[in-house]
Design a protein around this ligand. Structure first.
Ligand SMILES: [Zn+2]
Length: 452
């Protein structure tokens, strides 16, 4: 991470309230950069801001006098908390610790039926394309005024409550590649994957060839390595070396135009059915257009609108191609473009719902029979396992072998996943509509909502 990017990030978030604390962070960072990780300094800053603002956030939840305001327990929460504690009670750290243990235990027992799908008599006759996009959440769409963008209306299936479970790219792509199993604790993501958890490995067994391509070199923060560790080393299926840079990433590497890269993919000679992962960092924080404005927020708005327009155009081109493709739009995480008093703009160390609540959509292209194309919206709390389940349903239903079905049938048994998100330093748990955070997975505090 280069110094100019970090300075930009801090300076963009500056206001009079933060002036003193930003000064302390910069001095501390410059002095201690050789021995401390940036994240530790950011957390320290958050801690000080939190104390100075309310004096409340650092109390143990058990001693807080603030009642929980939501009285409707979510049916998606594991029973251990939902049954033992009334919806309007406060949660102690011990209760949340028990809840989290139960959550990860239950998740460790879950797997997608994709693993049990018999190899179809007829070989697959469609492709699966995962559009894995960095830095776009529902909050970001609202911030940019794009909640009604036509792209969102194009999806046959829209997930309105999907949790990316992390706020960073590497863990996000690992979680997607392991979509066949329940949610793993953050630290387990960097252990060897179980083969039955690998979405791509299981699809290979069913006749889909694995493929990746990106609009960047994938070298930052070991991104390529994370992918290779989970699906094996794959060279890109779309050549980008001869393309001009459309943008420059914050680390100075080249970022290519999504539309050009996706069009190249579309023009590849169709061979065997394939499952493709496309990763885009077009709207990652810190990217600079060649004719850039220095207003980072405005730049994010422009880039987000361009990305959505590009994808909409790609959908039109895909439609015209008459190819059978199941497209899954699944952002990595949000951009955190909106600052609040707890976390600076662009900082994603605390994986709040604003960052991990991402718009996910599925659209079918090609030759099939669906009773209705009216968009179906899945409102329950979901995560990656739901994607694997719906892929399994599509294969089992023989949708692309012209057996009639409905969107309701394809989504009938979509698994819910309670809202738990993690980075290396922080865990967020949502209970009764409130978020709780912990830096050590022992002591929990209520996250101050609406604290803009
Ligand atoms: Zn990302």
């Amino acid at each position: 991470m280069d110094d100019s990017y970090i300075m930009q990030l801090l300076l963009d978030s500056l206001n009079w309230d933060y002036l003193l604390i930003v000064f302390v962070i910069i001095c501390g960072y410059l002095y201690l950069r050789q021995i401390l990780r940036l994240s530790l300094l950011l957390i320290t800053a958050m801690a000080i801001v939190s104390i100075s603002r309310t004096g409340l956030h650092w109390q143990n939840v058990a001693s807080s006098t603030q009642p929980l305001t939501t009285s409707t327990p979510s049916h998606t929460q594991p029973s251990v908390v939902a049954e033992q504690y009334p919806a309007n009670s406060n949660f102690t750290s011990e209760q949340i610790n028990n809840y989290l243990s139960q959550f990860f235990y239950e998740q460790s027992t879950l797997s997608s039926p994709l693993n049990q799908v018999d190899k179809p008599n007829l070989p697959p006759n469609f492709d699966i394309l995962l559009l894995n996009i960095c830095s776009i959440s529902w909050e970001d769409l609202a911030h940019s005024g794009n909640l009604s963008h036509p792209l969102l209306k194009q999806f046959d299936i829209l997930f309105s409550n999907f949790n990316s479970a992390t706020s960073y790219s590497g863990p996000a792509v690992i979680r997607l590649l392991r979509a066949n199993c329940g949610q793993q604790p953050h630290n387990d993501l960097f252990q060897q994957a179980y083969e039955q958890c690998s979405l791509f490995k299981q699809l290979e067994l069913l006749g889909f060839k694995s493929e990746i391509f990106m609009n960047h070199n994938g070298e930052f923060d070991g991104f390529n390595k994370h992918i290779a560790n989970n699906i094996g080393p794959l060279s890109t299926s779309v050549t980008t070396a001869d393309l001009p840079a459309f943008q420059y990433s914050f680390d100075g590497s080249l970022v290519y135009d999504d539309q050009v890269v996706l069009d190249r993919w579309l023009k590849l000679e169709p061979q065997s059915p394939k499952v493709s992962l496309y990763n885009s960092i077009s709207i990652h924080d810190g990217n600079r257009l060649q004719s850039k404005t220095d207003d980072r927020a405005l730049s994010y708005r422009q880039q987000q609108a361009r990305l959505l327009d590009n994808l909409e155009q790609f959908f039109i081109n895909l439609e015209k191609s008459n190819r059978n493709v199941m497209v899954i739009f699944v952002p990595e995480h949000g951009s955190a473009i909106q600052a609040n008093k707890f976390q600076l703009s662009g900082v994603r160390e605390v994986p709040t719902k604003g960052i991990t609540h991402v718009p996910v959509g599925i659209k079918f292209f090609g030759d099939f029979q669906l009773a209705s194309r009216s968009q179906i919206t899945l409102t329950q709390s979901t995560s990656y396992l739901a994607i694997s389940q719906i892929i399994a349903n599509v294969i089992s239903s023989e949708l692309y072998h012209n057996r009639p079905t409905t969107l309701e049938l394809l989504t009938a048994n979509t698994p819910t996943t309670p809202h738990v998100s993690q980075t290396q330093s922080t865990t967020i748990v949502q209970l009764n509509g409130r978020q709780y955070y912990s830096f050590d997975n022992q002591s929990w505090q209520m996250y101050p909502e609406n604290n803009k």
